[in-house]
Design a protein around this ligand. Structure first.
Ligand SMILES: Cc1ncc(C[n+]2csc(CCOP(=O)(O)OP(=O)(O)O)c2C)c(N)n1
Ligand SMILES: [Mg+2]
Length: 334
């Protein structure tokens, strides 16, 4: 996607500034969680979206309150945009009652139907048929709501991906499929898991429009997501958006990622989405260095307040383990 100034100017200044804030919040929060992990405070894995934050921040930012997301394990930005607080996220990681699963899970399996978030289960691409099913429900009820879902490049090699894509395309359902192509699925590079060069080619096989976008460019992802969500809401069916990006850490914090060439990481470091967004904001005359420092201070304070909240939050008591396990009637019919 080639962005000209006229296209960029269609994004309202407050929206761009808000996305920049969420970009910084996501980075600062995940860095803090990584530090907690290294201090031995977190049991289990820590999967971050470091260097890829623009994708989930942007797609979540185009949605209406009633829309639904079915995210995957590198979508922290989307959780925050939908209103999950840093304190809740840290409490989740510490297994505390204050987390969205009330201590039932220790990482990114965050679901909250009140905030339009379908909980992610570990099985790759399982969220896609669920998203398609939700989109079918919207269609059958005559609602103009949209679902956005996301998976990794590796996830697109799973059968569930293809079933979801095919069904959604045939029925022209209001769902947008994102793919974070960060070039690795754990230690497997893209070239060893698919024979096509671009993941987007897979969408064309199902007769669905597909786009390639620079996943480190906040504005580009936003505009692409906006177009796709608009088409979905207008009854024109699903879109597949491949975001080219790079996984800057190991698969998880326990993985040193020695198998990733250092040169590749150095190249992508130059394309970090945060400085990129800052350059854009400056070029458009929307913000300056002082604003960036203000946001930096603000998010640091918010994340530290989150750590305090999570530390104070109690561990769950026995009977609470059954709460929220089965959907209530209200949740099912919403
Ligand atoms: C069906 C299935 N197979 C294997 C795994 C183990 N696993 C978890 S994440 C992952 C790599 C995922 O790669 P990708 O989809 O590219 O997402 P990324 O982590 O790179 O963002 C694997 C193999 C799993 N969770 N589910
Ligand atoms: Mg990947």
């Amino acid at each position: 996607m080639n962005l000209d100034i006229a296209a960029l100017k269609t994004i309202k200044r407050p929206d761009l500034l808000q996305m920049y804030y969420y970009l910084r919040l996501t980075r600062t929060l995940e860095d803090r969680i990584t530090a907690l992990y290294r201090q031995g405070r977190i049991v289990g894995g820590v999967y971050t979206s470091n260097g890829m934050e623009a994708i989930s921040v942007a797609y979540a930012s185009v949605l209406e309150r009633d829309d639904i997301i079915a995210p995957f394990h590198r979508d922290m930005g989307a959780f925050l945009v939908r209103g999950i607080t840093p304190g809740e996220v840290i409490a989740q990681y510490l297994g505390k009652r204050g987390g969205p699963t009330k201590g039932k899970d220790g990482n990114v399996h965050i679901g909250d139907l009140k905030r339009g978030i379908i909980g992610f289960v570990s099985h790759l691409a399982d969220n896609l048929p669920v998203a398609t099913g939700v989109a079918l429900a919207f269609r059958l009820r005559g609602e103009s709501r949209v679902v956005v879902t996301n998976t990794g490049d590796g996830g697109t090699s799973r059968g569930d991906f293809h079933e979801a894509m095919n069904f959604a395309a045939v029925r022209k359902l209001p769902v947008v499929f994102f793919c974070n192509n960060n070039q690795y699925a754990y230690s497997t590079p893209l070239s060893l898991q698919m024979a096509v060069r671009d993941v987007v080619d897979r969408a064309r096989a199902y007769g669905m429009p597909g786009e390639i976008v620079d996943g480190n460019d906040l504005a580009a992802v936003y505009l692409s997501a906006q177009g796709a969500v608009h088409r979905a809401r207008a009854g024109e069916g699903p879109t597949f958006i491949e975001c080219k990006t790079m996984r800057m850490h190991g698969h998880s914090e326990h993985d040193s990622a020695k198998y990733v060439p250092r040169k590749l990481l150095e190249e992508w470091k130059q394309k970090d989405p945060i400085p990129k967004a800052e350059r854009l904001l400056q070029e458009l005359g929307y913000a300056d260095e002082a604003h960036f420092r203000e946001v930096e201070d603000r998010v640091k304070k918010e994340v530290e307040a989150g750590v305090e909240f999570a530390e104070k939050s109690p561990l769950p008591e026995g009977p609470e383990t059954l709460e929220g396990v089965f959907a209530t009637e209200d949740e099912v019919t919403r």
